[in-house]
Structure formats: C-alpha cells, structure tokens
Design a protein around this ligand. Sequence first.
Ligand code: AMP
Ligand code: ZN
Length: 492
Amino acid sequence: MELYKEQQLKIYNSLSKKKEEFTPIVEGNVGMYVCGPTVYSNVHLGNVRTFMSFDLVFRYLKHLGFKVRYVRNITDAGHLENDADEGEDRIAKKARLEQIEPMEVVQRYTVDFHTTLQKFNNIPPSIEPTATGHIVEQIEIIKEIIDKGMAYEINGSVYFDVIKYNETEHYGILSGRNIEDSIHNTRALDGQSEKKNPQDFALWKKADKHHIMRWPSPWSDGFPGWHLECSAMSTKYLGKQFDIHGGGMDLKFPHHECEIAQSKTTNGVHPVNYWMHANMLTLNGQKMAKSTGNNILPEEIFSGDNTILSKPFTAGVVRFFMLQANYRSILDFSSVALEASEKGHSKLMEAISFLPGIAVSKESSFDVKAWKQKCYNAMNDDFNSPILIAQLFDAVKQVNLLKDNKATITAADLALFTTTINAFVFDVLGLPNESENNHSDKLEGVVTLLIKLRKEARDNKDWALSDQIRNELVELGIQLKDGKEGTSFTVS
Ligand code: AMP
Ligand code: ZN
C-alpha cells in the first residue's frame, strides 16, 4: 500500500492561511508548479534556499508514493528591471553590457543554475519549460483575455484591466491586498504611462527599436509580460486546475496575484488548490538579493573566499543548515551558524556510519516504530524539516547508547531503524551520502596499494605474483596500464 494512504499530509495554504489536509485532484498524482529563475546572473544562496524548499516538498511527495509532475520554468524573456512593467529586459540588458547575444546570457546562467542546484543535491523537475518556447501559448491567452473584456490594447501593447477584474473577482485574494486602498493611495498616472490605471499590468509590450528580444503578434512586434508565462506553462502542462503552486514569498505580489487574475479570466476557475510560499534567506538581517549585492554565491561557500566566511563549507553542510529551519521562517545566514550546522551534520553522519556495526539483542530498549511515526508526523505537518531533524538527533542518541552497550535492539528493529534513518536523511532531506562518495576514494586507495605491491613483486622478479595481481584485477573490471610515469588504472 502506498504510504500516502497511511500518512495524512497537511500543507499550509497561503491562500486560506491555514494548514489543510492535502488531497490531490487525481488520487495518487500530484501536479506541482514552481516559479523558476530569471537567468541573467549567477544564482545566489537565497535563490538556492527557495529551490531547496521545493526540492524537499518534491522529495517527500515522491517518498509518500505520489506520482509527481513537477514543472519549474526558466524565465528567459519578459522580466523587466522593475515590477511595474518599466525598464529594460533583464536578459537583454546583460547582453548589451557584455556585448553578447541574449540567448548566450540565457545559456550561460541556465547552465550555472543547473550545476549549482545539482551540487546541492536537488532533483531536477519533470518538465522545465521556457518563456521563449511558449510565445504562441501566451498570445492565445492574451486573445482570450481581450475577448472576455478584461484587457485593452493601446499603442501596440496590451494591459490587464485590474479595476474591471476586481468588480467581479478579488484582485488581492492571495496577498491580502485591498485594491480599493491601493487606488486611494496610488498617485494618478502622470501622463507618461499608457496604462488606464497604475494597478494594470502588461500582458504584451510593444518593443521599441532598441529591444532585441521581440516576436510578432496581432498587436505589435513585442514581448510577453513577465506574469503571463507562468499562466501559459502551468495550464499547458498541469491543466486549468492543479494541486500545488510554489515560489518565493516575494513572488506573492504582484507575480502570483497577476497569475491568478490571468488564469481565472482565461479558464474560469481558480488555478491552484494549494499555494505554497518559501521564506527568504537573509544576510545581516536583509534579504539576499542580486540587485543590492547583499548576497553570497555558492562558489564563495565552497572556496571560503569571502570575508564573511571563517572557512569553506560543503554543499551538504549548507543543505543541512537550510533544512534546520522551517521553509516558512526567515533564515539568517552567518558563518557561525554554518559552523554549528557543520558539527551537527557530522554527528549525524558519524552515527549513520556506526549503524552496520551495531550488535543485536533479544529485546529492544526503545520503541523504533513509535520513533519512525514521529519522523512522519514531522513531515506530515507541512514539511517540518527542523522537527524531523530533532527526531533524527534522538536517533543519534540511541545509536551512541547502542554503540556503548547502554541500549539494546533486536535484528528486526535494527533493520527498520537503519532503513528509516537512511530514507529520511538521504531520500527525504536529500543530504548527500558522503560515505557513498568516499567509496570511490577508498577504491582508489586500494588499487594504488595493489599497484605498489605489484611493483615490489616485479622488482623482486616475482613474476607469478605480479601477473596474479594484474589478472585478478582484470577479472574485477580494473585494468592496469604501465607507462613512463608509472602504473595507472581504469575501471570498466
Ligand atoms: P529570481 O531569479 O530573482 O526570479 O529568483 C528566483 C527565486 O529565488 C524566486 O522564487 C525568488 O523568490 C527566490 N529568492 C530570491 N531572493 C531570495 C532570498 N533572499 N531568499 C530566498 N529566496 C529568494
Ligand atoms: Zn511564475
């Protein structure tokens, strides 16, 4: 039986502001959409935190036995410098400054995004669509919104009419903003903007003559508004209504609010059953951000090359540090906090390495099944990873007692204990299994030792022994190659 039938997961829904029992639209299947990066610069640790939060969600849903379709987009056009539909396209600006093609910018930072997330052991999504790959779908949505009377064209650009939408719907349903207040508090447009109301947002922008990233449309040669791509791609790959939509807390408004307005107008239904928002990583109490320079890059963490850092840290330690906080809480980054996490991380990994050597007894002195359920309870409670980690530290305590013969465990309980620890540490939390990686180091050490012994045999003219070492290694799939620099080996 699938685990999700035994374990009732609850998700904090940012829309209702309550924890709700999770019931997917189609039993056993989950559709999840997460807003991806705008690929115009290297990802910083703040970005990593948000994607790691949803990696935890993806991993736990899969662990529970759900078949998950996880869609995470790449924004490679349409994201302007400020959220009020003004300024240069972020990617085009970078291309202009570096005198390269916009798609070279996109390629470079998409690769950086993928390699970085892989270093932090994030599982890739099921589909990773791009905004530029879905211009046709976006134009179709604009036509529908115009047909439904919720958008207007002006000078070749198309804007969503927020005030009109709000007459029958609630613009602000997710962020809790009240459009009436915003109307009273916003200055009247100064005549420079072509929008009817300051609250309106662009669905299509006419490109001026300098704008390189442009596509033909019924209204002008131009480009889609930033919010539109997520409505287009989530509908295309997950349907008009799907289970989970995630993103960083800073995307609630205006991005997700606009997405709801677009999708609701086009499809007639609220698109998402559970809205999830991951909280920010801060540095010195301020949000890490590309624009302010208040950020740390993953490379700086691995090299220790930043005055904020006392030393380098591994991706596993950073992952552990981030998962020690609830994804809905703000987390402040500091070298001291990372050092504390490093200690905790190595205690946990050390305890795991002791497990195979634990002796079994006729009785168990603690209740492994009850402990296992507490691990599930933590994750069932809106993916509460810090509580899960506290349970894992209870397990560490037990392992140390067992090692010192101050506790006992039966063979069956030890098997359950070991598989549960491994499942939560490596599959659910996604901490890298460093002992697995160490195996390749160990293999290298063993073969190097055999090469040394074979050389000694040859020096002693003990050809029988030297041939035996080489031939038996070949049988194991390890080929030795003698060269001027000495002997090297390959593994097939
Ligand atoms: P961007 O490429 O700027 O659109 O950001 C990609 C993702 O990173 C979005 O989901 C943002 O909400 C998220 N993000 C940006 N800054 C931070 C931060 N300091 N902490 C956590 N997430 C962040
Ligand atoms: Zn989005």
